[in-house]
Design a binder for this molecule. Sequence first.
Ligand code: FMN
Length: 99
Amino acid sequence: MWNHFLPSNLKAYLDTLCVVGKTIKYASKGPKGLLENRKVLYIQSSGGIYDHESLEGKDYGHNYLKHIMSFIGIEDVLAIFIDGVDAFKDKASEIKAIG
Ligand SMILES: Cc1cc2nc3c(=O)[nH]c(=O)nc-3n(C[C@H](O)[C@H](O)[C@H](O)COP(=O)(O)O)c2cc1C
């Protein structure tokens, strides 16, 4: 997590995935994702601890990633969060091991 969002290099990568004619098509009803039967595994670490499921939880990155995956047709996103690695530095190895 960078500043409550995704690291900028991951954002740049996501931008390269959203390509009309390859991963999205625009139909009369609007955009349709073309990647079907795909799965995504998203692993995110953060210095602090967050509620990851709503925007009120301030984890904008995970929610944005799910939105973009849905945009290109992928609904099956498994997320693993490694929270608190800076807030609890002495327990960082333990936190990473549990995932
Ligand atoms: C530029 C930058 C911004 C960060 N912003 C946040 C943040 O908003 N919230 C948070 O909990 N941790 C933040 N962190 C801490 C990192 O998320 C944390 O140290 C990192 O996930 C550890 O993973 P790594 O060992 O792969 O670097 C930030 C770190 C950097 C370098």
